[in-house]
Ligand binder design. Structure first.
Ligand SMILES: [Zn+2]
Length: 149
């Protein structure tokens, strides 16, 4: 989708929110090597049960596609552990991963308003330079058949 050529001009299309979300989810789960980043269980053969969990809600566009705001977790850890304890266990886990200073930077960023199109464009720019991105995009385009992610 990016860089489609027409008469020598590069046309850059902005991904739909759905496409961006799916590629981002693949990216986060690939980064974790298809393992739950909370309990360590491997979901290589059961990819749909591994989720991309957002610490600061997906509603917040400024951090919706920020890899530092997300981790791959299994449905069990996601809904029974982390989501229930967002300002407890989950926050402690984030501080441990990011360090205090970066955790605070992320918190401030999450409270900054950003429009959808800009956040998708920023994400697309990140994907252009990240080595894992090609794989994440390929997974999306090949469907991860019967997509349940
Ligand atoms: Zn888990």
């Amino acid at each position: 989708m990016i860089g489609k050529r027409q008469k020598g001009m590069i046309i850059t299309e902005v991904w739909s929110m759905d496409r961006a979300d799916r590629i981002f989810s693949n990216y986060i789960r690939l980064r974790a090597d298809w393992k739950c980043e909370n309990c360590g269980k491997n979901f290589e053969n059961n990819k749909g049960q591994l989720h991309n969990s957002h610490f600061w809600s997906r509603v917040r566009m400024s951090t919706r596609f920020d890899p530092d705001n997300c981790m791959a977790v299994c449905w069990h850890c996601h809904f029974f552990k982390l989501e229930k304890e967002k300002q407890g266990i989950y926050r402690d886990l984030m501080i441990k991963r990011l360090g205090n200073e970066h955790y605070n930077t992320l918190r401030i960023k999450s409270n900054t308003l950003q429009n959808k199109r800009e956040s998708i464009k920023e994400f697309m720019a990140l994907m252009r330079v990240d080595p894992l991105a090609k794989m994440a995009i390929r997974y999306q385009d090949n469907g991860i058949k019967r997509r349940n992610s």
